[in-house]
Design a protein around this ligand. Structure first.
Ligand SMILES: C[S@@+](CC[C@H](N)C(=O)[O-])C[C@H]1O[C@@H](n2cnc3c(N)ncnc32)[C@H](O)[C@@H]1O
Length: 403
């Protein structure tokens, strides 16, 4: 069956955050408020396909990991009927998403429940697309390494095979600026999720990450504050499909403009601190590549010495006060620390944070032991405790009103 949907995929339990971010971006970038999405599980939103919304999502959204254009859906239970249905759909598809002479690659995901192996599914989907296009007089080749279009086939919640174009051409979490990273870097899209969950408002909040490692949270905050395009360089190949010809921004030469360019006056105040010099060297290099040098103040410090007066002085230098702010971080969660060490460390972190009266705090803590110790030792009741995994580790986002 031919379908036409925009699929926005992220970390489980982040649907609300992704929908909120995309709504704000779409209003600003393409002057439209997206319709209410259908939720497919806890980390996937499905909208009616609209090239303007799709372009805005790929170009500016920071919280998803993938944005895809769903083209075909098949409930066929085996390879042969899958091939037949898909080849017929492609042959009868007037959308022209592949041009004569272009190449595709095909990958699969979440196909364990299908009655064939991954390689066989990849081969069948490739053949059906190549043969279906040939019936329309469009020659398509296969190039796994540098395709014009990256096709993905995956089973949806109902067990049907969805064939889609991966519009971002890979993981959207990788922005291209983080080449230096420390021992446990936070994935970039998760930093953006934390900023949304912490309700970061760059006009009102000073932002401090006192355990910033390679700088992911401060750098994402600086980029989010100006609505910067997600990629440092290059246009994802999916956006060169003819469907995007109607989007003026998609045809513009050069990098897309930021959504919230500096207006003059005081800009955001962002501080990244860590006790490891090596981490700060990496963070500064990453900030340079991200184009936010000078927008983050980096400090070498132990979190136990985090001082509101120092932060107020940094804000004053930038022409801002520090009455409101957000301490946002993913602290160490136990690689080299046992439960007793974690208790002492999280207690000291809580003591330091409570000096920031009137501010908010937000922390991603992963791992069962760390979560228990954090909640017990931080010293305040969380206003928000939201399940949120960090990679394979189950965890929580804890949000606090600091007082
Ligand atoms: C989980 S990592 C943070 C990763 C970071 N968000 C990133 O994306 O790279 C925790 C960081 O806390 C820092 N750290 C550990 N103990 C600290 C302390 N007492 N004071 C300040 N930083 C500390 C470590 O050096 C490490 O960089």
């Amino acid at each position: 069956m031919i379908v036409d949907a925009l699929r926005v995929v992220g970390t489980p339990l982040t649907n609300k955050v992704m929908a909120g971010e995309l709504s704000r971006i779409a209003v600003r970038a393409v002057r439209q408020r997206p319709p209410e999405p259908r939720k497919a599980g806890t980390g996937t939103l499905v909208y009616p396909f609209d090239p303007h919304l799709a372009w805005a999502a790929v170009t500016y959204a920071r919280t998803p990991t993938r944005v895809a254009w769903d083209l075909y859906r098949s409930a066929a239970p085996r390879l042969e009927p899958l091939y037949d249905e898909l080849a017929d759909d492609v042959a009868g598809d007037a959308r022209g998403w592949l041009r004569d002479g272009e190449s595709i690659s095909v990958t699969v995901g979440n196909v364990d429940r299908f009655a064939a192996g991954e390689r066989q599914i990849v081969g069948t989907v490739k053949n059906a697309i190549v043969d279906g296009c040939a019936r329309r007089g469009v020659r398509v080749t296969v190039d796994p390494d540098a395709p014009d279009v990256h096709v993905v086939a995956r089973l949806d919640d109902d067990g049907a095979m969805i064939v889609c174009v991966d519009l971002g051409g890979g993981s959207l979490s990788q922005r291209g600026w983080r080449l230096d990273h420390g021992a446990a870097p936070l994935r970039e899209h998760l930093a953006a999720v934390l900023l949304m969950l912490g309700r970061y408002d760059p006009r009102a909040d000073v932002l401090v990450d006192p355990m910033c490692g390679s700088g992911t949270i401060p750098i994402e905050a600086a980029l989010m504050a100006r609505g910067a395009p997600r990629l440092v360089r290059g246009v994802p190949p999916g956006l060169s499909r003819p469907a995007f010809d109607v989007v003026p921004g998609a045809r513009a030469a050069g990098a897309p403009p930021p959504l919230f360019p500096p207006q003059g006056g005081a800009g955001p105040v962002i501080v990244g601190a860590d006790r490891e010099l090596e981490a700060l060297v990496a963070a500064k290099a990453n900030a340079g590549r991200a184009g936010v040098t000078g927008q983050v103040v980096w400090q070498r410090a132990d979190v136990a010495h985090l001082d509101p007066d120092d932060v107020a002085a940094i804000a004053a230098d930038a022409g801002r006060d520090a009455r409101a702010g957000l301490i946002l971080s993913n602290p160490p969660y136990g690689e080299r620390l046992d439960a007793a060490d974690l208790r002492v460390f999280y207690g000291a972190l809580g003591d330091a944070c409570r000096r920031f009266r009137g501010w908010r705090g937000g922390f991603l803590i992963a791992g069962d032991v760390a979560t228990v110790e954090f909640e017990r030792s931080f010293g305040l009741r969380p206003a928000i405790k939201k399940p949120l995994s960090n990679g394979n580790l189950r965890g929580y986002f804890f949000g606090y009103e600091l007082s």
